[in-house]
Design a protein around this ligand. Structure first.
Ligand code: HT7
Ligand code: ZN
Length: 875
C-alpha cells in the first residue's frame, strides 16, 4: 500500500460548492444520484483531470450539465473515477451509483444495523456512497433527499434542517428533504432511515433560539434515553458558558444504533452513536456507563465547533479536532463531577493505553507525518495525548491566555479546514508567546522520561534539582529534541504544609509551575528552613514518565500528606508498583512472597480516612493493573509472576483490613438510584471493599458475594458481585451467571457485560471458556460491541490467559483477527493492536507472539488496515 505523507499535501484542484443527493433506499440496492456543482480552484490549469474517490461502487450514470458522458470522457478503477476534458466553466456533474447496504459488513459508508439504514463517513466512508473529492478540505453545502418504503423506514433523517417531506402517491414509499446550510466536508455527511422511536426535548440557546432535541432509538428503548438527553442539555449550556460556543441549527438529532465501529460520530446536526453511549437505566447500566455516556454525548456535541465549524485541512491534522475535543469533554466532566477523581481516571487511561502505544512499534507523533490507512490513526496518542498537549498549553498560558487563544481561533478559522500551525498561531498571537519549541509535542513520538535528582544543603537552606529529559529511540525516530515541560511542584514541610521557597534559580517559574526547556537543567530553590519532601508533576501537568528517586518513606509521606490529590494518589501507586515489581521478580525466582507491612498500613489509612471523598478512596485503593505492572517492568515480562505478586498484595490487604472492608462494603447509598458522582463514589468504594473482602481468606466470602449479587438493585452492584464470584472461581458463579443471563438476555448491552466478565476471568481454563463462548447463540461476530466484549476483552483484560506460556492464547486471538478481518477490517486491526507489546514478554512468550504475527501477515487477503498494523508490529 502507498504511504500518504504530510509533506505531499496539495489543495484540491476543484471545488464542489453544493451537493444534491437523492438516495433511494432498498435493503440490497440503494441508488444514489449525486449532483455536484463543481468549479476549478484558482490556479488549477484548464484541462486538469478531475479525479474523484470511490470505493467498490457500481456506476450507473454520468452526465455533465445534463448531457450523458461518452465512455472516452472518463475512466473507472476500483477506487477512482477520472474525468478528462473537464469543462473550463463551472458545471454540474451528475453521478448515479448503486450500493448494497445489507452486504456492507465493514460498517463504513451506508449500511443497515438491526434494519435501520445508517451511514458512517469518517474518515473515508463517503466514497462508499458516491464518487467524490472525499477529503476534509473540500467543503460543500448539502441537500439530501431520502426516499424509502414507509413501512420499512417511517423515519428519514439527514443533516441540517428538514425542508420538505411527503408520501409518493400510488406507491408505498415516502421521502424527506434535508438541507444543511453550513458548508462541510464529506466525512460529516449522514443519513438515517428506519422504524425508530424517539424522545424529544428543547434547549434555548444563549441568544434565545429554541433548538429541538431528539434522540432516536429502537422501539421500546425510549425509557433509557433520559440520561443522554440530560447530558446533551448540560453540554450545550456548558459550551456556551465556558467557551462561548452556541449551537447553530434549529434541530439537533442523535440516533443510537447497535452496530458501530467506534463510540459515536459528530455528523453535522445528526450525531450517530453506538447505543452503548446513549442507553442507560439503573437495571442495565453501571455508574461507569453513565459517566461514559455523559462524556461521549458532550464530546460529539463539542465537535460542532471544534471539528465541524472548524475542521481539519487533512487527516494528519486529526488531533486538531480530536485532541482539542477530548480536552473539552474532560473539562466538562471535571466540572460535572469531582475534578481530582476525573483527572486520576484520565491519567490512568493515558498511562494504560497511550504510554504503551508510545513506547512500542505503533508509536507515532500526535500529528503523524505518514499513514497507509487513516483508520489506524484514531489512537490514544491522537486523542488522549493530543488532549494533554492542549492542557499543557492552558497551564503555560494561564486560563485567560488560553481563552483568548481559543476565541481568536474560533473567530479567525470559522468555516475553514485548517492546521495545527494555524491553531498554535492563535495562542501565540493572542498572548505574545513563542510556541516554536512547544510545537514539538505535535511532532515527536515517545513519552519523555524526566529524571530528577535532588540535594538539600541544610547550611544554606537550598534544594537543588538536577533534571534530565530524554525520549528513548523509536522506530523512525532515533533521536529527539527537548520538549517544553510544565512541571507543577510543591515543597512539603514536616507538618504537611507546602513551604514556599524565597527564590528559584535555573529555570523559568510561573507560580507553582517550573518550565523545563533544556535537556538537562539544574534548578535551585532557596530559603527552605528544613529539607522538604518534593511533590513533582502535580495534577500530572505533563504527559511524561517521572523518575524522582524518592524513598519509600517519602512516597508514603506524600500519600498521606500531599495537598495535591493527584500526587497523593500517584505516590501510593508508585510505592505499590515498586513493591509489586519486586514481588514479581521474587516469583520468577521461586522465592516466597510477602507484602510490605508499611504499604499494607498505608492502604488501610486510605480506607478509613473519612475526610477523603469515597470516589477518591475507591481509586486510591485500586492496585496498579497487571498491564500497568507489565509496562513498568519494561522487558522480560512474565504475566504469571505479575499476577502472583498482585494476588499476594490483594490478599495481604484483604486479610489485614477484613473488618474495615466488611463495614465499608455495606455503606451503600440508600433511597432511589441516582447516577450522580456522590452516589457513584459511594458504590465504587463499597464494591472496592467487597473485592478486598473477597481476597481476605475469611470463611463467609462466598455467602457475602452471593448475598451481594442477590440483593443488588442496580447494575453497578450486580456486575461487581458477579465479577468477583466468576473471577474467584467460586462454586455459585455458574448459577449466578445463569440468573444474570435469564434476567438480561434481551438486553444486548447487559449481555456484553456477561461476556466480558467471563472473558476476563484469569482461571486455568479461561481460554477454553472464551473459546466455548464464541459458539454461544448470543455471540455474534458481526456486532463490534460483542466482539469487543469477548475477544478484545480477553486479549486486553486477561493477561495470563492471553499470554499463556504454550502460546494458545495468542493463537486464539490471531485466529479471530484473521476471521474478523474478512468482514470488518477496522474491528480486526484494532484487535490486532493487542499484540503491540509482544517484544516485552520473556523469550518463550515473545517467540509465540511473533509466530502468530507472522501467521497473520501471511494470511490470504488481509485488509490494508490489518496489514498496516501487523507490519508495523513486526518492523
Ligand atoms: N470523529 C469520530 C471518529 C469515528 C470514526 C473513525 C473511523 C471509523 C469509524 C468512526 N466512527 C467515529 C468519533 C469521535 O472521535 O468523536
Ligand atoms: Zn471526536
Amino acid at each position: 500500500a502507498v504511504a500518504i505523507r504530510l509533506e505531499d499535501y496539495a489543495s484540491a484542484p476543484y471545488r464542489i460548492d453544493t451537493v444534491d443527493l437523492d438516495i433511494q433506499l432498498n435493503p440490497r440496492a440503494a441508488t444514489i444520484t449525486a449532483r455536484l456543482a463543481i468549479s476549478r480552484q484558482d490556479g488549477t490549469p484548464e484541462g486538469t483531470d478531475l479525479v474523484l474517490d470511490g470505493d467498490a461502487l457500481e456506476l450507473f450514470g454520468l452526465a455533465i450539465d445534463g448531457l450523458p458522458l461518452t465512455q472516452d470522457r472518463y475512466t473507472v478503477t476500483p477506487d477512482k473515477l477520472t474525468l478528462n476534458e473537464v469543462p473550463t466553466h463551472p458545471f454540474v456533474l451528475e453521478i448515479v451509483t448503486r450500493i448494497n447496504p445489507d452486504a456492507n459488513t465493514e460498517l463504513m459508508g451506508l449500511y443497515r444495523s438491526s434494519g435501520t439504514y445508517c451511514t458512517q463517513c469518517e474518515a473515508e466512508g463517503f466514497r462508499c456512497i458516491t464518487y467524490f473529492l472525499d477529503r476534509p478540505d473540500v467543503l460543500s453545502v448539502y441537500t439530501t433527499r431520502i426516499e424509502a418504503r414507509k413501512g420499512e423506514a417511517p423515519v428519514l433523517l439527514g443533516n441540517g434542517n428538514l425542508i420538505q417531506s411527503g408520501d409518493l402517491p400510488g406507491t408505498d414509499r415516502h421521502f424527506a428533504v434535508w438541507h444543511d446550510p453550513h458548508p462541510k466536508p464529506s466525512y460529516l455527511f449522514a443519513m438515517v432511515a428506519g422504524d425508530l422511536a424517539h424522545v424529544a426535548d428543547t434547549f434555548v440557546t444563549s441568544s434565545g433560539r429554541e433548538v429541538d432535541l431528539k434522540i432516536y432509538v429502537e422501539h421500546g428503548r425510549e425509557n433509557r434515553c433520559a440520561w443522554a438527553m440530560d447530558s446533551l442539555k448540560r453540554s450545550m449550556k456548558w459550551d456556551e458558558e465556558v467557551f462561548g460556543c452556541e449551537y447553530d441549527l434549529d434541530i439537533f438529532n442523535i440516533v443510537a444504533v447497535s452496530d458501530f465501529n467506534m463510540g459515536a460520530m459528530e455528523n453535522k446536526g445528526l450525531n450517530i452513536f453506538n447505543d452503548k453511549y446513549v442507553l442507560a437505566d439503573p437495571e442495565t447500566a453501571t455508574d461507569q456507563d453513565y459517566a461514559n455516556i455523559e462524556a461521549v454525548i458532550a464530546h460529539e456535541y463539542f465537535h460542532n465547533w471544534t471539528g465541524n465549524r472548524i475542521t481539519c485541512r487533512d487527516w494528519f491534522q486529526l488531533c486538531l479536532k480530536e485532541g482539542l475535543t477530548v480536552f473539552r469533554d474532560q473539562e466538562f466532566s471535571s466540572n460535572m463531577r469531582s475534578r481530582p477523581v476525573k483527572r486520576i481516571s484520565d491519567v490512568r487511561l493515558l498511562k494504560s493505553h497511550q504510554f504503551p502505544e508510545d513506547a512500542g512499534p505503533l508509536a507515532h507523533p500526535v500529528r503523524p507525518r505518514k499513514y497507509t490507512e487513516i483508520n489506524n490513526f484514531y489512537t490514544a496518542t491522537v486523542y488522549e495525548k493530543g488532549a494533554e498537549v492542549v492542557r499543557m498549553l492552558k497551564t503555560l498560558l494561564g486560563p485567560d491566555g488560553f481563552r483568548k487563544g481559543m476565541d481568536l481561533y474560533f473567530e479567525r478559522h470559522d468555516g475553514e479546514a485548517t492546521t495545527i500551525e494555524a491553531f498554535l498561531a492563535c495562542f501565540s498571537e493572542a498572548t505574545s508567546t513563542d510556541l516554536g519549541q512547544f510545537a514539538r509535542w505535535y511532532e515527536q513520538a515517545g513519552t519523555p522520561q524526566v529524571d530528577v535528582k535532588s540535594q538539600y544543603n541544610a547550611a544554606s537552606g537550598d534544594l537543588t534539582l538536577e533534571i534530565n529529559q530524554m525520549i528513548s529511540p523509536l522506530p523512525g525516530q532515533p533521536s529527539s529534541d527537548p520538549s517544553v515541560i510544565p512541571l507543577r511542584f510543591g515543597l512539603i514541610g514536616p507538618n504537611g504544609d507546602d513551604m514556599p521557597p524565597s527564590s528559584v534559580t535555573g529555570a523559568k517559574v510561573q507560580g507553582d509551575v517550573l518550565i523545563l526547556e533544556d535537556k538537562t537543567q539544574s534548578v535551585t530553590f532557596s530559603g527552605l528552613p528544613s529539607k522538604p519532601v518534593l511533590s513533582l508533576l502535580r495534577g500530572f501537568s505533563a504527559p511524561v514518565q517521572l523518575e524522582a528517586h524518592q524513598s519509600a518513606d517519602d512516597l508514603l509521606f506524600l500519600a498521606r500528606q500531599d495537598c495535591d490529590p493527584f500526587n497523593r494518589w500517584q505516590a501510593l501507586q508508585t510505592r505499590a508498583t515498586q513493591d509489586l515489581i519486586s514481588l514479581a521478580a521474587k516469583a520468577v525466582a521461586n522465592q516466597p512472597l510477602k507484602a510490605d507491612p508499611q504499604l499494607v498500613d498505608a492502604f488501610g489509612d486510605v480506607l478509613t480516612n473519612e475526610d477523603l471523598d469515597p470516589a477518591f478512596r475507591a481509586l486510591a485503593l485500586q492496585l496498579p493493573s497487571e498491564a500497568d505492572l507489565a509496562r513498568d517492568t519494561g522487558m522480560n515480562v512474565d504475566p504469571d509472576a505479575i499476577s502472583a505478586a498482585r494476588s499476594t498484595l490483594r490478599k495481604a490487604l484483604g486479610s489485614a483490613h477484613a473488618n474495615a472492608f466488611k463495614s465499608a462494603m455495606s455503606n451503600r447509598p440508600t433511597g432511589t438510584f441516582s447516577p450522580d458522582a456522590a452516589n457513584a463514589g459511594q458504590r465504587a468504594l463499597a464494591n472496592q471493599a467487597l473485592g478486598y473482602y473477597a481476597a481476605s481468606g475469611e470463611n463467609d466470602i462466598e455467602a457475602v458475594l452471593t448475598n451481594a449479587f442477590d440483593r443488588a438493585d442496580n447494575m453497578t452492584d450486580l456486575i461487581a458481585a458477579l465479577t468477583l464470584l466468576v473471577h474467584d472461581g467460586l462454586p455459585s458463579a455458574e448459577q449466578r451467571l445463569e440468573a444474570f443471563r435469564k434476567r438480561h438476555e434481551d438486553t444486548s448491552l447487559a449481555m456484553d457485560k456477561w461476556f466480558m466478565v467471563q472473558a476476563t476471568a484469569a482461571l486455568a481454563d479461561g481460554l477454553e471458556r472464551v473459546k466455548a463462548l464464541t459458539a454461544h447463540p448470543l455471540f455474534d461476530f458481526a456486532n463490534p460491541n460483542r466482539v469487543r466484549s469477548l475477544v478484545h476483552a480477553f486479549a486486553t483484560g486477561n493477561p495470563t490467559q492471553f499470554a499463556r506460556i504454550d502460546g494458545s492464547g495468542f493463537e486464539f486471538v490471531a485466529d479471530n483477527v484473521i476471521a474478523i478481518d474478512q468482514r470488518n477490517p477496522q474491528v480486526a486491526s484494532r484487535l490486532l493492536t493487542c499484540f503491540r507489546s509482544w517484544r516485552a514478554y520473556e523469550k518463550t512468550r515473545s517467540a509465540h507472539a511473533e509466530a502468530q504475527l507472522l501467521r497473520i501477515s501471511s494470511a490470504e487477503k488481509l485488509s490494508r488496515d490489518s496489514r498496516d498494523i501487523v507490519e508495523r508490529c513486526l518492523q
